[in-house]
Design a protein around this ligand. Structure first.
Ligand code: NFS
Ligand code: SF4
Length: 647
């Protein structure tokens, strides 16, 4: 048996340590321990192993000792670039599928075939107007149908530019992509093209392959993030500031506990509704009610719109089950560890999959279609209720301290809060603060937690270092979970902020009737990375500059998912620097790392910084990472201020 890390090395969250200890004592294996048992392969981890055809697998020996090309003649740079494109294609296709599912749901709702109501009618009309849909003679449902059809065109059209790129992209960024010939036409076409060009015997130019990867970033950003956020806001409401609770302690021993896990909010919204409607059935079973808790991004979606409590981020998802009080874990798509089924078999928890293309051997499947959402949600909640009596009292143990967090900071909500200070020109207070230096820059702290990494450590250290240096921090995804649990989304965390930043947060908060804004602002799930992008686009437009001129960065200290790579690439395509704290498995090719990590001052002819004005920063140590991000912020700040003075 491999030696397991001690509890403090696994997570900085004592509740996660507590449940991992319980799991170990009960001989239940979870991702943290499986990570310790895994031998890391030197070829795979540097990206030099190719399995693209049956002449292989081929691997390139490091240090020039052994074969330097695959059987087909592919060299190490081609192989590494292809494996990078592979990751990006995988990441963006997940988000594109998410967008398409939401678009189809909106269409069914508009046609009266699915039991949801359009919650944000204003946003529907705003989006319709910006998509140039003539709404005058149309009913609300007809407008919704037109919007849904425009969204679906982004998976069908054969020429032109994707509708959502036209709708949301900054003009200067779009010009850059057009010049490079990488602007996407439709998501399915581009994903198929990426898979095809990546096959044996196709694209063998590493630069061209990386540019193909940037198109995948744009697919992620527009067919995935922006399209999903816009349509989800229309369907389920645009988030407003909300107070909620975090940590494993949100589980309630007296209630039927149901964890909703995955990404798309269609099912989880209905699960919340039915948990309220079936409360009496729970009471009949001896429980005091039904408690829905969130895991991963579905948790973020429900938190943002319904204030539902969040139990766990990605890496500790199995430990929610180890509490012994979870009746059911209902999953849809993405970031669902198959391991939850093995863990569930050690307790009374029922794992329920819901989509025909995401099943887990051994789990229960309840098919979910938007048109039959009520029936499915009712069946799922009843299954959970019926599990309550199967609990093993010997195995029950839950930590008991929840943490308060403020969330719900959609771009619309931030602008509304800012208009308390300046109703005419809401962005002016932020811009004044940026110019005066009270705010040094803006950072989006995003991405995952990863069982190989010390949970929450990188996410919280980078954040605290940036806050201390007066960087305004917004957050999404599982990273937001790390920040919330460690008091960085409630007023206790204001102590980490530098004076200038604190002053601004308090001024905006006061104008909105609060003691302050929280130290970091939760903008939602990973598809809601569209929101920081929207905020930065608005600031750039207000200043009359390109996005790559803003002192803005993204940081993803603990990622595990290729989705984080494709989202990061989306930001780099706008010239926003992105830090990643976990190896992106590229180090086998100096050429590829030069293109991605290279600086605008490098001799290397082509690199991301030169093409887009932003680059990838790979740095494992969170303190060093924060320093590197601040350097880039300062570099861009100086140029921007000079430009503004000259104007
Ligand atoms: Ni994002 Fe959300 Fe979490 Fe990472 Fe997975 S849940 S889409 S990929 S692990 S943040
Ligand atoms: Fe080997 Fe080339 Fe086939 Fe890859 S594509 S497995 S390098 S022969």
């Amino acid at each position: 048996m491999a030696k397991m890390r001690d509890l403090e090395s696994v997570s900085i969250d004592p509740q996660v340590q507590f449940l991992l200890d319980k799991a170990r004592n009960e001989n239940v294996l979870t991702a943290f321990d499986r990570a310790d048992m895994m031998n890391i392969c030197g070829f795979g981890s540097t990206g030099v192993c190719c399995r693209h055809c049956l002449e292989g697998p081929c691997r390139i020996a490091p240090n020039g000792k052994g074969p330097q090309t695959g059987v087909c003649g592919a060299d190490v740079h081609q192989i590494v670039a292809r494996s990078f494109l592979n990751h990006l294609t995988q990441g963006s296709s997940g988000h594109a599928e998410h967008g398409r599912e939401v678009a189809l749901t909106l269409l069914e709702v508009a046609e009266g075939k699915a039991p949801y109501q359009i919650k944000d009618v204003d946003k529907l009309y705003r989006v319709a107007h910006d998509l140039e849909i003539v709404t005058e003679d149309l009913s609300m449902n007809e407008v919704a149908k037109e919007v849904a059809l425009k969204a679906l065109e982004d998976f069908q059209k054969q020429t032109g530019i994707m509708n959502w790129v036209k709708l949301r992209a900054h003009e200067d960024s779009l010009n850059t992509w057009n010049k490079l010939g990488i602007t996407p036409v439709n998501a399915h076409l581009e994903i198929t093209k990426a898979v095809a060009r990546n096959a044996m015997g196709c694209d063998a130019d590493p630069t061209n392959l990386i540019l193909g990867g940037v198109t995948m970033g744009l697919i992620d950003g527009y067919a995935g993030l922006h399209l999903s956020t816009d349509l989800q806001d229309i369907l389920f409401g645009t988030p407003k500031a909300v107070k909620a609770k975090y940590s494993m302690a949100v589980l309630d021993e007296k209630k039927i506990n149901i964890a909703v896990h995955g990404h798309i909010p269609m099912l989880s919204e209905k699960s919340v509704e039915w948990s309220r409607r079936l409360e009496d059935e729970a009471i009949k079973q001896g429980a005091t009610g039904i408690n829905i808790v969130g895991v991963c991004c579905t948790g973020n979606e429900l938190l943002m719109r319904q204030g539902v409590s969040v139990a766990s981020s990605f890496s500790s998802q199995e430990l929610v089950i180890v509490s012994g009080v979870l009746e059911a874990m209902v999953v849809d798509i993405q970031c669902i560890m198959p391991g939850i089924q093995q863990v569930a078999e050690c307790y009374h928890t029922e794992i329920i999959t819901t989509l025909p293309y995401v099943k887990i051997a051994g789990a229960t499947h309840v098919n979910f279609e938007p048109s039959e959402a009520d029936e499915a949600a009712q069946e799922i909640v009843m299954k959970a209720i019926n599990r309550f009596s199967k609990r093993d009292p010997e195995k029950i143990s839950i930590p008991d301290q929840t943490v308060d967090a403020y969330a719900g900071f959609s771009t619309e909500q931030i602008v509304e809060a800012l208009s308390g200070l300046n109703g005419e020109d809401p962005l002016k207070p932020v811009i004044d603060a940026l110019v005066s230096g009270k705010i040094r820059g803006i950072a989006a702290l995003v991405g995952c937690t990863n069982p190989r990494e010390k949970q929450d450590y990188g996410n919280t250290v980078v954040t605290k270092e940036l806050l201390k240096n007066n960087v305004l921090v917004v957050s999404t995804g599982c990273a937001a979970h790390s920040l919330a649990k460690h008091n960085l989304m409630n007023f206790d965390g204001l102590e980490y902020c530098g004076e200038g930043l604190k002053e601004v947060l308090e001024a905006v908060g006061n104008a909105a009737g609060l003691p302050s804004l929280p130290p970091t602002m939760h903008m939602g799930s990973c598809v809601d990375n569209s929101r920081p992008a929207d905020l930065l686009t608005a600031i750039a437009n207000r200043l009359g500059v390109s996005m790559n001129e803003l002192p803005a960065v993204g940081s993803c200290p603990e990622t595990h998912s290729p989705k984080a790579l494709s989202i990061g690439t989306f930001f780099i395509a706008h010239g926003i620097d992105v830090h990643i704290g976990v190896s992106p498995q590229l180090s086998g090719s100096e050429f590829v790392t030069n293109v991605l990590y290279g600086d605008r001052t490098d001799e290397h002819e082509v690199n991301a910084d030169k093409l887009f004005g932003g680059k990838l920063i790979y740095e494992q140590d969170p303190y060093t990472a924060a320093k590197l991000l601040l350097e880039r912020i300062d570099m861009k700040r100086e140029t921007l201020l000079n430009k503004l003075v000259a104007k």
